[in-house]
Design a protein around this ligand. Sequence first.
Ligand SMILES: [Zn+2]
Length: 242
Amino acid sequence: MLRRQPNPADFVARLRNRTVRALRRHGKFLIAEVGDFLWVTHLGMSGRMQVAAPGAPEAAHTNVVVTVKGAEVRFVDPRTFGFVAAFTPAELAQTSIAALGPDALTDLPRAPRIVDRLRGRKAAIKPLLLNQSIVSGIGNIYADEVLWRARVSPHRAGGSLTPGEVGAIRSAIRPVLEAGLRHGGTSLDDLAYLLPDGRAGNYMARLEAYGREDEPCSRCGGAIRRDVIGQRSSFWCPRCQA
Ligand SMILES: [Zn+2]
C-alpha cells in the first residue's frame, strides 16, 4: 500500500502523535492534513475505509490501521490497487495528484472550458470522462450514468461533440454524483465497497445504465447494451444515446 511513499518507513513516523487538522478530497483522492504532512488515500478498484472500535476483529485484507482517539481508521483493500502515503507538500507537488483536473463536484468547469479541452480529441468521450486530468472524480459507473442522462453515446469522439452535447454532459455530472452520495455510493454484488460503518450504499438500485445489460432503458424501453471501451465495461442505450 506504500508504493507511492518516497521512503516507506516515513508513513508511520510522519503520522504518529500528530493532529488531524483538516479533511478534504480532490477527485478520488482523500487528503487529511496531519501536522505538516498530507495523508493521501486512494481506494483504487476495491478499497474501502472502515471506522472500528479499537481491537475489534479485523476484516480480511485490512492493510492499514490508524489509531485515533477512541477508534481505529482502517483501510481494507483485497486487490491492493489503492494506496496510502504521507507526503510533504513539496513531495505531493511532484506527484500526478498535483496535475489532477478540477474536481467534478466542487470546481466543475463551465461548458466552454470543457469544449476547449475536448477540441480535436479523437478518443471516445467515455475514456475522456475517466481521464482525471480533464475533470477529476468521475469513475466508470458514474461516467456511464452521466452519458445516459446526457443522451450521448460513450463511443462518440470527444472532439465531435457539439457545445450542446458537452453542456448536457456537464449538466449531468453534479446530479449524478450528488445522487450517488445521497444514497451512500454504489455497493455492487461483491460488496467490495461499503460505507465506513459497514453498511452497503444503495445507489445500485437507482442505476439507469451501468450493470443493466439487456434490461429495458427506463426512458425509451430499448435494451441497454454492454461494450468494452478503453478496456472498461460501458453500459448505454443505443436507442436514445446518440
Ligand atoms: Zn433509451
